[in-house]
Design a protein around this ligand. Sequence first.
Ligand code: SF4
Length: 347
Amino acid sequence: MSQEFIPTRVFYEPGALEYPLGEGLVQRFRHMGIPVSPTTSHNRITGIPGNTAAAQYREAKRTLVIGVRRSQAFQSCKPSAHYQLPLVTSCPGMCEYCYLATTLGKKPYVRIYVNLEEILGIASKLIEERLPEITQFEGAATSDPVPVERYTGSLKQAIEFFGREPNGRFRFVTKYTDIESLLDAKHGGHTRFRFSLNCSEVVKNYEHGTPSPEDRIIAAGKVLKAGYPLGFIIAPIFRFEGWREEYRRLMERTAEELAKRAPSGWSSEQLTLEFISHRFTSKAKANILGVFPNSSLPMEEDERKFKYGQFGYGKYIYQPEEMKEMKEFFLEQAKDYFPLAQVEYFV
Ligand code: SF4
């Protein structure tokens, strides 16, 4: 199934027209027959229809906003990187558990920023400030940047920018497989291309509008063949009937595909693995049930352990003995299928 993102409506900030990318995109969407209207700010969009939270969410996910990123500051992105690289906000996927549904409010419309040269200019300065240290940037902290890449080409430009930066490194994560245009980018080994993976059961039930795990694995094989440093985030990990076997098969199939595609001399030492167990906050639960009233996500507080967070809110994680069991299981899988991979964490 094609996961091509074609917005239902497009908004643009008039300032975006001062950039060739912004002007080109407005023309392109008009040409496609998509309603395109101006908006005063990419932060305040009115005109997304829907009478219920669920309808507003769905419509927002089909709305694209072309904006200019004015802020000179990049958010920090501890612990995985030093800074976020703001290219895109939100994504057209509709994963029930997505934390962006909580952080971006009720209408998580997709935003792209057309002043890429200015954004990369800020990245240059930040790299310079930390010399001779290496500075890491994360391109997917508030989005999945791949679905809009076919319109913007921004990810490719960012990858090539970091390819030329001896002291800058880039990383992002995606569930999407429309990555052909990135395969010939001159990445210089400075971008870690990560895929978010989960077993079919989870993708089918909760990750609406995203490619199948099989398609993601095939895309990862192509990325590996293109010489990128590769990584996988297995998340969120759920316990359900047969979870061990499902996750084992996922790891096995991934290893098989990578073995077929790996360039000569590649070893799993160059692979990173991140494991994140499912967790939720009370606020997220309320939001999720507003948008997906029939959600079958396991969110029974009584079954979980409450863990206090830094900012006065806490999250519900699996019970300690369950966590221990899951951690052991995934570390064992990693060892079996990717014996030398760097396991960055299990949380
Ligand atoms: S693909 Fe990622 S960013 Fe998009 S809805 Fe799913 S979890 Fe959220």
